[in-house]
Design a protein around this ligand. Structure first.
Ligand SMILES: *Cc1c(COP(=O)(O)O)cnc(C)c1O
Length: 414
């Protein structure tokens, strides 16, 4: 075990200045950090319950929904995923998970841990599914729920969702999407697309720190989970035996209990993570101030400028560009350079972080994000200039000195 000496122990936290241009997390908007430094108030202080209601109203705008049940699950994005899945799935329920990247595997794993009989279909990395492929699988599996990622940062692909709601209604399937990486950076319409449950996180296009998971739930979803028997404190029933539904196998993520806490009843469940609520609420306020559609357009603009820049360096962009998320791009690492050395120099000499990749793409592509607070011209130009210089310093044989110029040209003339 290493012992810290007294001097190290006494040092204040002082993280190095960084520009985070990977697939998330990104730098938080300074306004969010300021909101998070506000003093705590009591759990049932009318000011606090007022903030809770205000947060719900703000996230209805972010999600483009009239769903009453739009609120925060405490925890990182996967807390939202887990709450949605564990509250809805009874042991043995069939769940269909179409997988087109790493986060699809995560949904499948969480559904399985919740006791689901998980069925998956897979698209090649860099591609998405057609509605027909998904409907065909639904017909075969007849699932209780369809669980699908919208934007998967591991492949940079954005799955079109607009035709899936109809299919789910026709086959009486609950429709859930993890839109953590895509919300407010790409179009998302909860009500128009007939989603029953959506969960997100703050650390991508919403421009906050990770640690809060906004969710929105349709009446259809809420009616379903409320039907499931709640465990009385201390009583462990085995479900089924008395003809009731088996209970929800999590206290922390028991959505009916959480609804009683966020609703009029204000029944105590957990202690709301007040500081995270301040941050989450401010993230939504900032997006509403800008306009949800303006935020999406900003991500499209700066994402495209980044693509122009890397292409001017002769680099190839990964995946089917027709379905690329606005806010992240994958770029092939040229053969003659060592990917980790370039990334390392970008971080060390310039303080700029870009992302590596997982699974089949490991060592093959870098991932560069333009999201939230960092979806702006200066961040794009700094990153491109830095990449340009570090490629040149690491033996890259392609074009040099072109990246920022190409992006500037794009900003000027489109
Ligand atoms: C980034 C991301 C997450 C992150 O989950 P955390 O629990 O916050 O780490 C989840 N889902 C998707 C699709 C993501 O892109």
């Amino acid at each position: 075990m290493t012992q810290l000496n007294n001097q190290t122990q006494a040092q204040a936290l002082n993280p190095p200045p960084r520009l985070l241009m990977g697939p998330g997390p990104i730098n938080a908007d300074p306004r969010v950090l300021r909101a998070m430094s506000a003093q705590l108030i009591g759990q049932y202080d009318p000011a606090m319950t007022g903030y809770m209601n205000e947060t719900m109203a703000r996230y209805r705008k972010v999600f483009k929904t009239d769903n009453q049940w739009t609120f925060l699950i405490d925890g990182t994005s996967r807390a939202g995923i887990e709450a949605v899945l564990v509250s809805a799935i009874r042991p043995g329920d069939a769940v269909l998970v179409p997988i087109f990247g790493r986060f699809g595997h995560l949904l499948a794993e969480i559904a399985q841990r919740a006791g689901a009989e998980v069925h998956t279909i897979e698209a090649p990395w860099g591609e998405v599914f057609t509605p027909e492929q998904i409907e065909e699988a639904i017909k075969k599996v007849q699932p209780k729920m369809l669980a699908i990622v919208q934007g998967d940062t591991s492949t940079t692909m954005c799955q079109p969702l607009e035709h899936l709601g109809d299919i789910c209604r026709r086959h009486d399937v609950l429709f859930y999407s993890d839109a953590t990486a895509s919300i407010v950076g790409n179009e998302f319409k909860t009500d128009e697309w007939q989603l029953d449950a959506v969960s997100v996180g703050l650390q991508k296009c919403l421009g906050g720190p990770s640690g809060s998971a906004p969710v929105t739930l349709s009446e259809r979803y809420v009616n379903w989970v409320r039907k499931r028997k709640k465990v009385e404190a201390g009583i462990r029933t085995e479900g089924h035996k008395d003809g009731s539904e088996p209970f929800i196998r999590s206290n922390y993520f028991d959505i009916p209990m959480i609804l009683d806490y966020w609703g009029e009843e204000r029944l105590n469940h957990h202690t709301e993570a007040t500081t995270m609520l301040y941050g989450a609420s401010e993230c939504a306020r900032i997006v509403i101030e800008e306009g949800v559609d303006a935020s999406i357009a900003r991500h499209a603009l700066h994402g495209s400028a980044m693509v122009q820049g890397v292409q001017a360096l002769g680099l190839k962009v990964f995946g089917n560009l027709e379905y690329k998320m606005n806010n992240v791009l994958g770029v092939y690492i040229p053969d003659e350079v060592e990917g980790d050395k370039v990334r390392g120099q970008m971080l060390e000499d310039f303080g700029i972080e870009i992302g590596t990749s997982f699974g089949p793409l490991h060592g093959k592509i870098w991932r560069i994000g333009t999201m939230g607070y960092n979806a702006r011209k200066s961040a794009v130009l700094q990153t491109l200039s830095c990449l340009d210089a570090c490629l040149a310093a690491n033996g890259y044989k392609g074009p040099k000195g072109e990246a920022a110029a190409a992006a500037l040209e794009f900003y000027a003339h489109g």
